[in-house]
Design a protein around this ligand. Sequence first.
Ligand code: ADP
Ligand code: MG
Length: 596
Amino acid sequence: MNTFHDLGLNEDLLKAITDMGFEKPSEVQDKAIPILLEEDTDLVALAQTGTGKTAAFGFPMLQKIDSSSRTTQGLILSPTRELCIQITNELKLYGKYCKGLNVAAIYGGASITDQAREVKRGAQVIVATPGRMKDMISRRLVDITKIEYAVLDEADEMLNMGFKEDITEILSHTPEDKNTWLFSATMPKEVARIAKKFMFEPQEITVGHKNEGSKNVSHEYFLVNSRDRYQALKRLADANPDIFSVIFCRTKRDTQRVAENLIEDGYSAGAIHGDLSQNQRDIVMKQFRTKQIQMLVATDVAARGIDVDNITHVINYQLPDEIETYTHRSGRTGRAGKTGVSMVIVSKSEVRKIKSIERIIKKQFEKKPIPNGMEICEIQLMSLANKIHDTEINHEIDPYLESINQLFEETTKDELIKKFFSVEFTRFFNYYNKAKDLNSSAEHSSSRDGGKNSSNAARYFINVGEKDGFDWMKLKDFLKDNLALGKDDIFKVDVKETFSFFNTEKEHQERVIEYFTDFKENGRFVNVEITENRGGGRGGRDRGRRRDGRKGGGDRKRRFSGSKENNEGRRSRRNDRDKSEFKTTHARPRRSRRRD
Ligand code: ADP
Ligand code: MG
């Protein structure tokens, strides 16, 4: 294997490389750097995430550009803001001894004037997301007509995100004879097409096998009923007390919801997705990097390419729509020679996807059971014991030792240990003491009523729905908080557009009805009534739902809109206001609570 020196890098770069502690080139660097330094060629490089692609194009680019000139010579397009910032920071580190070098980052959600100023200072290299780049070109805030090198980083992801047109548009402003370097983890057809369209006889290098995941990652799946997904996630987290993980959800909404629930349940979690502001995302990423957050719940797009070391677990809360995406997800762990685990929570209907993924990653999944309550208690107990054993003693405590000793004069060591552990452990024990088995067996269709006997349940209609900013979790929270009931006391919450249904045990019926008699939320009547209950709702799945929709729902809906019509004159304005007020009510910060 070559050293960085052998690859032909200059002194300025070698010094920075030493500072960064890179000892030898990674495989993609070893293959790409000599080609890019010596030849004026287009290049397609396929390598997994975490293989050092940034330096593979960054080192040659920095060496080849003229940093005494103020002309923009290099353009790097990357799919997300996070990645754009990350690449910019890396390049600044690589180029810290290159005199006069300016690298500008251009991405949405931040001040365009500030970015234009950065460019104007004479940025030889611009790192950009396609959307903002296009914007800046049309406003003539950048000039890329003289660039010599264009990099398409994470090309597969940029195309996935629908940036094809933007990329085409941007590249149309660049010179014909530039070199284009395309870096990608996978090579779907669209990438091949882009390569063909924008590149001239590109050289191709591949590191590892195309579409194959890291060797250091083991893959596990857990079969549960889909309504138990969240509980299963909590158990996986509890069974791994030192977890440092990225949890992938399919949508922004699920991402936000899962993170909120985790936080509410006492975990150190955070969300990152496209609906958050740049500032919010920066804060969350910083907390994650510094391990203030143990669990980062993310969408694929937001987490793409994010480079955080030492991630122990990737958890697929839901499988991605595109199976290829699984490779990217699992590539977040098992980096830098460390081992990692990629876990997938699946329901029965998704099990066949596991087989398809196995074919792509050329590795077998291990089917594992969700740990039961007592197993988790044991793990937590031993983890606590180890932590205490390894704790360095804080001698600030010494002056108080005498009075503490007095207090425990009569207590034996055994007793003391037991008491000590009980402080922390009882919480877990109480929570998991009667916890049910979450494992779904593929053979029998399990009861879906969450252990609630539907004949003993009351089903209610309530005249708020999606239009008022509710989803089922929010409605459940709203009911739980108002009625001072526990999480499990409200179930089968089914939110429709303008109205919803939910169940409680019959014993709570009176209290629910009473509470919502003449109940107003922000000036609006919230009406709750018992519906004809045939054990419907979520439990009966589609059949039950349809029945509700027709029977109860149909005429309830009419009733509700009827009452709106009474206020026809003020209707639209009032409704708008009501809606927004509902939203703010539910957007309030959640009380921090323990796990139970
Ligand atoms: P990719 O773009 O392929 O996902 P990155 O370029 O983000 O990978 O690199 C992943 C991490 O590895 C970064 O933290 C980077 O600083 C580090 N890295 C890159 N090259 C080397 C090397 N030769 N030796 C050690 N660490 C490296
Ligand atoms: Mg990268």
